[in-house]
Design a protein around this ligand. Structure first.
Ligand code: GLU
Ligand code: MG
Length: 467
């Protein structure tokens, strides 16, 4: 469970009661340092680390870090908004002790996600984790809703020994193939061990389609914990792979051509312990509320793309007929629609039914992506909107008239196009608040400008090892 209370100067009372025992336990396990992690607007995980003995001080008073990272680009240059991007000011990072975990593949280290507050003790309006906590808390208070979420993780395994910057796949053989599984047998077994030691319940781990590509899917949690987990799992994959002489890329497009790395979101709405995506009277067992939620997400997908596909490299991945879901359409178990309605297997639907959002990659800040998708869904729920006709098969086959009649649109083809849609969307802007919304716009435009003049291969190379 996530700690839903905001941090306060002096420390959250519950945290102060726990921290001495926790520190002693970590020290007894020879954990010497704690990684304090958050994800910036560009989707890069930034960290500070502290000696384990400083955990009590961090829980009480936070750890300093500049707000400037809110407008860092993935390549570490800086853009500005009205209020962000200056060298002035400081923020305090407060670890969430409920999510603190000893890192199995980095002996000597523990890890915790942080919330960022101002030196005055106020919420930092640029903190993505605080944003998602607020969206989830408001939904519970106003609508009695909770959510379960999971982020799928796809990545490419490359050889560390490859020439500088190049990607040389670490496995050969066919997609989903046994050859690949055998070739990385030791590494993937170590990954399962590390994830289990960190209490991450893995649903499945498999060799994927693209060169060197693997995927892991994990159990669903509350959205903040799911976003934390996606960051932790990536840190773990990278650390395990490094011990096997492998280099990892979560970039949307490791190469300019072909299938990319997705970070599909799975989401379900619950009330009083009941899954609203099962046993309802709408199509495929959806309740009216779950249908409206899905319709709200569908309606805002073009604008959401600026949050869920935030890198110039995202648009190399967002191509038709590659299971990335680049059309505003929905269908049951349809892997080419942006929204895939998953009913689950008979007998387990009340547990498993959920909505998958596919045009999401791992350059996306998972806190912003989940928060914005939930905000879009809640807007649809509030308006009682209905889903249009479902699609089957690949929407890429539709001619323009048929697509228009079905309301099927291609999602933005570039980051500037996505920003245009985002800017015109009052619901997402309102949910994010002006500071985060402006940061999203500025960072995306900065990212686009940073690669102007590069061809597709240059864009893929520019982001290959940044995520
Ligand atoms: N690699 C695909 C993507 O970029 C997803 C494949 C799958 O459905 O697992 O989204
Ligand atoms: Mg996959």
């Amino acid at each position: 469970m996530t700690t839903f209370a905001d941090p306060v100067p002096g420390g959250r009372p519950g945290d102060l009661r726990r921290v001495a025992a926790l520190t002693a336990d970590l020290a007894a396990r020879d954990v010497r340092g704690v990684v304090l992690a958050y994800v910036d607007t560009a989707g890069v995980c930034r960290v500070k680390t502290i000696p384990t003995a400083r955990l009590e001080a961090a829980v009480s008073w936070g750890v300093g870090m500049s707000p400037v990272f809110d407008t860092f680009l993935a390549g570490d240059s800086i853009v500005t908004t009205d209020v962000l991007g200056s060298p002035d000011g400081d923020l305090r990072l407060y670890p969430d002790l409920d999510q603190l975990v000893a890192l199995a593949a980095q002996p000597g280290w523990a890890w915790a996600p942080v919330d960022r507050i101002t030196q005055e003790g106020d919420r930092h309006p640029g903190c993505a984790r605080t944003f998602l906590r607020r969206i989830v808390t408001d939904a519970a208070e106003r609508h009695g809703l909770t959510f379960k979420a999971a982020v799928e993780i796809e990545w490419a395994m490359g050889l560390d020994s490859a020439p500088a910057g190049a990607f040389v796949p670490a496995v050969s053989g066919p997609a989903y193939g046994a050859i690949r599984q055998v070739e990385l047998s030791d590494c993937t077994a170590d990954l399962l061990t590390a994830l289990a030691a960190q209490d991450v319940d893995v649903d499945q781990l498999h060799p994927e389609y693209a060169a060197g590509q693997f995927e892991v899917s994990v159990g669903a949690l509350d959205p903040v914990a799911a976003a934390d987990r996606s960051v932790l799992v990536r840190q773990t994959i990278r650390a395990v792979a490094g011990r096997h002489g492998l280099r990892v890329s979560f970039a949307p497009a490791v190469l300019a051509e072909g299938v990319g790395n997705g970070g599909h979101l799975h989401l379900s709405c619950w009330r009083d312990g009941v899954n609203l995506h099962a046993d309802g009277d709408r199509r495929y067992g959806l309740t009216a509320e779950a249908e409206s939620f899905a319709a709200g997400v569908l309606a805002r997908l073009p604008a959401l793309t600026a949050v869920t596909a935030p890198s110039p490299a995202s648009y190399l991945r967002l191509q038709p007929s590659q299971w990335a879901g680049v059309f505003t359409a929905w269908g049951r178990e349809t892997r080419e629609a942006a929204l895939r309605v998953i009913t689950g297997t008979a007998g387990r639907r009340d547990q498993d039914a959920n909505l998958e959002v596919k045009p999401v990659d791992l350059a996306a800040n998972p806190y912003l992506a989940l928060g914005c998708v939930i905000a879009a869904g809640l807007d649809g729920m509030g308006a009682g909107t209905s889903l249009p006709e479902e699609i089957t098969g690949d929407p890429a086959r539709y001619g323009p008239d048929e697509a228009a009649a079905l309301g099927v649109r291609r999602l933005p083809r570039s980051l500037p196009q996505a920003v245009e849609e985002f800017r015109a969307d009052p619901v997402l802007r309102e949910a994010l608040g002006p500071v985060l919304a402006d940061a999203v716009t500025a960072v995306r435009l900065g990212e686009a400008a940073a690669v102007s003049g590069l061809d597709d291969a240059g864009v893929a190379a520019a982001y290959r090892w940044t995520y």
